[in-house]
Design a protein around this ligand. Sequence first.
Ligand code: NAD
Length: 267
Amino acid sequence: MVLRIGIIHNQEEKSIRVLQRLRGLLAMKDDLEIVDRDPQLVITIGGDGTLLSAFHRYSHRLNEVRFLGVHTGHLGFYTDWRDYELPELVNSLSDEQGTSVSYPLLDIVVTSANGQHQHFLALNESTIRKGSRTMVADVYIKEELFERFRGDGLSISTPTGSTAYNKSVGGAVVHPSINAMQLAEIASLNNRVFRTLGSPSIIGSHEWIDVQLKSSGEHLITIDQLDINSKEVVSIKYKIADERIHFASYRHMHFWHRVKDAFIRED
Ligand code: NAD
C-alpha cells in the first residue's frame, strides 16, 4: 500500500530547505508518494500557524486525512518533529500502521440579518470583538440567557486552542482528552450597573453557546487565523463539532510536558 502524502509549508528560508530535504527522503521510499490532491497524510513544515492553514485547507475531508507537523522555529503545539529528525520521521512513515490521536474541534454557525448561515470549524478558537466601541452581546448557554456581556469581546476555544489566544486572556489550560469548549471574556465591563460572570467557563459537549450581538455596526469575528466577513452578523452559535482532527501518532509527547516546555522551562 502506498501512503499518499501532501506537504504544506511556509515561505521561511529554513522551511524551504527542510521541504527539499523531505522531498528527497520521501522519493527514496516506494511506499510513500507525494501528491497534490487527496492526501492521506498532510505534513506541515513551519509553525503552528502553518498547521492551522493546512487544517482549514483540508477541513472538508477530516475523516480521510491525518496531520503531522515539522517545526522550523520553536517547538509548537501542533508541530512535534524537528528538522534534523527527518530521516527518522520518514522511516517511521514507512513502518507505521495508520495509527492516530484525535482532538475536539469547534463547530461554528454565523447567522446574518438576512437569515443566511455560514458554517465553519476551528482548531484553536473563535473570537468576537468590536473595534473601539463596547461590544454588547447576550450569551445563551443552551436555550437559557446566561448573561448580557459588555466589554472588548469573547473567545471560545477548543482544548488544544486553550494554550493559544485563550491563555493570553486568562483562560485555563485544558487537557485535549476533555471534550469541551471554553468561553473566556476579553476585558469585560464589571461595575455596579453591568455584570458578567467574570471568569472563564468550561462548557460540555452536549451544550452549545449562542452569542446574540446587540451592539450596532461591524464586529470582528475570527476563526483561528481567519477574519470572517462580519457585516450584518446577528448571532454566532458554538458547539463541539462531530468532526475531530486526527494527528498521526508516530510519537507521543506528554501534554503537560509540552505546556511546561512552551511556557515555563528556560532553555
Ligand atoms: P503563528 O504561527 O504566528 O501563531 C502565533 C503564535 O501562537 C505562535 O507563537 C504559535 O506557536 C502560537 N500558537 C498557535 N496555536 C497555538 C496553540 N494551540 N497553543 C499554543 N500556542 C499556539 O500563526 P497565526 O496564523 O497568526 O496563528 C493564529 C493563532 O495565533 C490564533 O489561532 C491564536 O490562537 C493565536 N494568536 C494569539 C494571540 C495572543 O495570544 N494574544 C494573538 C493573536 C493570535
